[in-house]
Design a protein around this ligand. Structure first.
Ligand SMILES: [Zn+2]
Length: 292
C-alpha cells in the first residue's frame, strides 16, 4: 500500500520525512498543482501534494483535480488522505473539530472536470458510498488517539455530509441556512472532485475535513472572516500533520475494501470500440480495462 496525502489551506509540506525527492509525472490531463514530494514516513512510502500549490496560488475552482489524482495514480498511490479546511453547518460541530465525510452534496458546475471519462469512452461508477470505509475507520481511531495524547478538546466526527460549493467567496446566509435545513454537516470547496476521480482511478480516498468556522449562519459566532479562519487553521494544520504521521504507521498493507475494483462493469463503451488513441489518452485509467 502506498499512501498519498493531499494538503489543503495551511498544509503545504509535511515535516519529518526521510529520503525526500520531488517528482513531476506526465499526465494526459495537464499539470498537477505542484511537484509531488515522495518520501518515507514511519517506514511507509508517502507521496504528498499541496492542492493549492506550495505558494497557495491556485484557487479551488482553478485546481486541476484530474491531473492531481492521475499524478498520484502514476506514482503508485492506492490510498489517498485529503486534508481540507471546512465550515461547520451544525452547532454540534465546533471549529477545530475533525469531520470524516461519508457523503457529498454537489453545488459545483464542474461535472465534466470531475471525471476522467468522456470524448468517446463512457463510464458510470457508483458513488453511493463515495469515501473509503476502512480508511475512515483507521483515520477516526488514529485521530482520536492523537487528540487524547495531546490533551485537546477537539471531537472527531466519523461520517457526515460535505457540501461542495465552488467559491471562491464564502456562502451567503441564505445559502448556508438552506444547507442546514437539509441536515448537511460541513461545507468546503475542494473534496468532491477528488472523491469522484479517486473512485474512477480505484484509489481509496478519505477526506479529513478540519473545521475552521461556523460558515455565516451562526449569529453569535459572527460572520466568517479570513482572520477567524486563520487562527483555527494554524491549530488545525499542526493537528492534521500529527495525525498523518501516526496514520502512516496504521494504514494496512492490503486493501480489503471495494475501492480497488470500483470500475468493474462501470465502462459502458465496448472494449472493441475503444481506439488505440483513446487508450493512449486515458493512460493508466484504462490500463486495467484495456482488454475489456
Ligand atoms: Zn478503500
Amino acid at each position: 500500500m502506498k499512501l498519498g496525502v493531499i494538503g489543503g489551506s495551511g498544509v503545504y509540506e509535511i515535516e519529518g520525512l526521510q529520503n525526500v525527492c520531488y517528482e513531476a509525472p506526465d499526465t494526459p490531463f495537464g499539470e498537477p498543482s505542484d511537484q509531488y514530494c515522495c518520501a518515507e514516513l514511519n517506514g511507509v512510502e508517502l507521496v504528498f501534494l499541496p492542492r493549492h500549490g506550495r505558494q497557495h496560488r491556485i484557487m479551488p475552482s482553478e485546481i486541476n483535480h484530474r491531473a492531481n489524482i492521475y499524478g498520484f495514480k502514476a506514482l503508485g498511490v492506492d490510498c489517498l488522505i485529503s486534508i481540507s479546511a471546512v465550515g461547520s453547518l451544525k452547532e454540534s460541530i465546533s471549529p477545530r473539530d475533525i469531520v470524516l465525510p461519508d457523503q457529498y452534496y454537489d453545488r459545483t458546475k464542474k461535472s465534466l472536470e470531475h471525471t476522467f471519462f468522456g470524448n468517446g469512452v463512457v463510464a458510470h461508477v457508483s458513488m453511493a458510498d463515495p469515501t473509503c470505509p476502512s480508511l475512515r475507520e483507521t483515520m477516526a481511531a488514529t485521530a482520536r488517539d492523537v487528540i487524547k495524547k495531546e490533551g485537546l478538546p477537539n471531537c472527531v466526527h466519523a461520517g457526515g455530509t460535505y457540501v461542495n460549493m465552488e467559491g471562491p467567496q464564502f456562502s451567503t446566509r441564505a445559502e448556508s441556512n438552506v444547507y442546514r435545513s437539509h441536515g448537511f454537516d460541513v461545507i468546503g470547496m475542494t473534496s468532491l472532485g477528488e472523491a469522484k476521480l479517486c473512485r474512477e482511478a480505484e484509489i481509496c480516498y478519505q477526506p479529513m475535513a478540519m473545521v475552521t468556522d461556523y460558515d455565516c449562519w451562526h449569529e453569535e459566532a459572527g460572520n466568517v472572516t479570513v482572520e477567524m479562519v486563520m487562527g483555527h487553521l494554524v491549530a488545525n494544520t499542526q493537528l492534521a500533520k500529527a495525525i498523518v504521521i501516526e496514520l502512516a504507521g496504521q494504514v494496512g498493507r492490503e486493501r480489503s475494501c471495494s475501492c480497488r475494483s470500483a470500475m468493474e462493469s462501470a465502462i459502458l463503451t465496448p472494449a472493441a470500440a475503444i481506439t488505440d488513441a483513446d487508450r493512449e489518452r486515458f493512460g493508466l485509467i484504462l490500463a486495467r480495462h484495456a482488454d475489456g
